[in-house]
Design a protein around this ligand. Structure first.
Ligand code: NDP
Length: 328
């Protein structure tokens, strides 16, 4: 085995953190041959809980886990980081306005971006899971002027995986038979799960489904509102599936997308598809040689155009609000 990869997880004592850390340590992030050193970042009041999780990680005697450090300081937590998973965020409280939510998260993701800028490894890859994920990733990137902007990404892989599962269930196909599905826009209720380029065993998904009403009135809202449905059923938000998607996102980034397929990720826009340059929006994305790139030149029909524009408009509003609040 080579030198250990340093993986920093913020919000390590939270629900998603608990579902994530054991799988990272057992090789599900970077594969069974890559040793991992974990750095856990938490707010001071949650450090003790993170220590408890670290004790359990020790007790698993994972052969790949070479060390665990626990921090309440971002500068130390991101020192030498190769893979940064930014999970901890300020949740929306009762009666909280959007401005309050953005301010609270600006106070978290701005300093974390600066700490990544100061201490991360050359090859750092950043995935933001904590909501509002796209805008939090954008804030972090603005505070890291020396890190290439394309290293900052936001997670829409869970939405992508949910969409794959829904389409597979509807068509009686296996999840491995589904390709070229896309989540566009913001990781929020305005996201657009797009079947117009998707295939089921190589046949256009819209032909296989042959039911516009199902796509519009069932598929799209089911994917977009799946988080709320899980809270309703479980009495707690999705954690294991979110952690699984985070692992998928990073593993795909590092090892690549299959030929003839792509994935979905929030990445910095180069102006493609009418998404303002610089915004972190979800796109169809190919991973090759450790780099992500937006799939070019897809045809966008009128239905898709309106949905993409609506979600991107929300991202523009969030960005403008963050600027107006002086958070960048
Ligand atoms: P979770 O671990 O359940 O969620 C963490 C974040 O992930 C939330 O912002 C949540 O958004 C988001 N998220 C994104 N996608 C999903 C999804 N599909 N399902 C569920 N959540 C999703 O939160 P906990 O409250 O259990 O834990 C958060 C931890 O973060 C706490 O231990 C807290 O102390 C820590 N924290 C650490 C910070 C730091 O390290 N500096 C800063 C702030 C908090 P949403 O709220 O919209 O569900």
């Amino acid at each position: 085995a080579g030198a250990p990869v340093t993986v920093t997880v913020t919000g390590a004592a939270g629900q998603i953190g608990y579902a994530l850390l054991f799988r990272i340590a057992s090789g599900h992030l970077l594969g069974p041959d890559v040793p991992v050193r974990l750095r856990l970042l938490e707010v001071p009041q949650a450090v003790k809980a993170a220590e408890g999780t670290a004790m359990e990680l020790d007790d698993c005697a994972f052969p790949l886990l070479t060390g665990i450090d626990i921090h309440d300081d971002a500068t130390a937590a991101f020192d030498g980081v190769n893979v940064a998973l930014l999970v901890g965020a300020r949740p929306r409280g009762a009666g909280m306005e959007r401005g309050d939510l953005l301010s609270a998260n600006g106070g978290i993701f701005g300093p974390q971006g600066a700490a990544i800028n100061a201490g991360a490894a050359q090859d750092v890859r950043v995935l933001v899971v904590g909501n509002p994920a796209n805008t939090n990733a954008w804030i972090a990137a603005q505070h890291a002027p020396d890190v290439p902007k394309d290293r900052f990404t936001a997670m829409t892989r869970l939405d992508h995986n949910r969409a794959v599962a829904q389409l597979a269930a509807r068509t009686g196909a296996g999840v491995e038979d589904i390709a070229r599905l896309t989540i566009w826009g913001n990781h929020s209720a305005t996201q657009y799960p797009d079947l117009s380029h998707a295939t089921v065993r190589g046949t256009p998904a819209l032909e296989v489904v042959d039911d516009e009403a199902w796509v519009r009135d069932t598929f799209i809202p089911t994917v977009a509102k799946r988080g709320a449905a899980i809270i309703e059923a479980r009495g707690a938000s999705s954690a294991a599936s979110a952690a699984n998607a985070a692992l998928d996102h990073v593993r795909t980034w590092v090892t690549g997308t299959p030929a003839d397929d792509w994935t979905s990720a929030g990445v910095v826009s180069d102006g493609s598809y009418g998404v303002p340059e610089g915004l972190i929006s979800s796109f169809p994305v190919i991973a090759r040689d450790g780099e992500l790139s937006i799939v070019p030149d897809l045809e966008i029909d009128d239905f898709s155009r309106a949905r993409i524009d609506a979600s991107v408009a929300e991202l523009v509003e969030e960005r403008d609000a963050v600027r107006a609040l002086g958070l960048v």
